[in-house]
Design a protein around this ligand. Structure first.
Ligand SMILES: CC(C)C(=O)C(=O)O
Length: 284
């Protein structure tokens, strides 16, 4: 006899087509296309839309502000490293949003234990600064799957205490197999208890072809937020494919999906047409 798997709570859908997706060589969106794609994602029912990385790519600022002025319902988000200038660049760009989110990240795979104290301080400082501008803060533990587990655990606790509402655990290089990812998540969850004070999220790269399977594993393991991109766009071999993941989740847990699937199909077709047209040139 098989025991039915309990339905997990409805996932929080975080789309990074317009940020990580735009890092895929050969992919580039005009501001007009970014606004159109973000508006479609909003109408589909996606919860958060990440639009750019203005501290690294200053020309993203205009697109983030344009999207922030149009999106009605979803949180509009942009990425920052953990330094003041990058966090302030995001705060300024998302200012027109009805709901804005600052997403800041810190590398937690340290080459040397002597860097631990300074890294924890940087996490605390960056999240506290970001909270000064916005109540919705997401923190990502960059390269989490290769970090020392005890240090990762301390970093997560510092991030939550500083006010991160979402803690994202990326497989930044896309090297975790589903079994390794399950073990990785199984080691973290019990340390933070049933009410960790933040939503756990995953962001899975597809270098070994496991991005979608790993997102499903994360959902089973209690992660609420799933990061994806249309057509699986993203750095190197891309990220979890939004459409594929939505259908995989729907097959298992039909009641967990309340997205507009017809509009999702149209949006994927719109993005496919842009990607086919874009001349191949790496992002500078
Ligand atoms: C900043 C984080 C989420 C990222 O893009 C990665 O780890 O790949």
């Amino acid at each position: 006899m098989t025991v039915p798997t309990p339905t997990p709570p409805k996932p929080i859908w975080f789309d990074t087509t317009l940020r990580d997706g735009a890092l895929m060589p050969g992919v580039s969106f005009s501001i007009h296309e970014k606004v159109r794609i973000a508006s479609l994602l909003d109408a589909i029912g996606v919860d958060a839309i990440e639009v750019g990385y203005p501290g690294r790519y200053p020309h993203d600022r205009e697109a983030i502000a344009a999207v922030a002025g149009e999106v009605e319902r979803a949180a509009v988000c942009a990425l920052a490293g953990d330094d003041r200038a990058q966090i302030e660049a995001v705060a300024e760009a998302i200012a027109p949003a009805k709901r804005g989110r600052i997403h800041t990240y810190t590398n937690v795979n340290l080459p040397d234990r002597r860097r631990e104290r300074a890294t924890l301080d940087a996490i605390e400082r960056s999240i506290s600064l970001a909270r000064h501008y916005c109540s919705d803060i997401q923190w990502s533990a960059f390269d989490a799957t290769r970090a020392d587990p005890d240090f990762l655990d301390r970093a997560i606790s510092v991030a939550i205490a500083a006010g991160a509402k979402t803690v994202n655990l990326p497989d930044s290089l896309g090297i975790a197999t589903p079994e390794a990812f399950r073990q990785f998540l199984a080691a973290i969850a019990p340390r933070h208890g049933p009410n960790p004070g933040a939503i756990f999220s995953v962001h899975c790269h597809d270098d070994l072809g496991h991005a979608t399977d790993n997102a499903i594993v994360a959902l089973e393991m209690g992660a609420r937020q799933l990061e994806c991109a249309i057509e699986g766009l993203g750095a190197r071999k891309g990220n979890t494919d939004l459409r594929e993941l939505v259908y995989r989740v729907r097959d298992r847990f039909p009641e967990a999906i309340d997205l507009n699937l017809d509009l999702l199909e149209q949006t994927c077709e719109f993005v496919r047409a842009i990607v086919r047209r874009t001349p191949s040139r790496p992002r500078s």
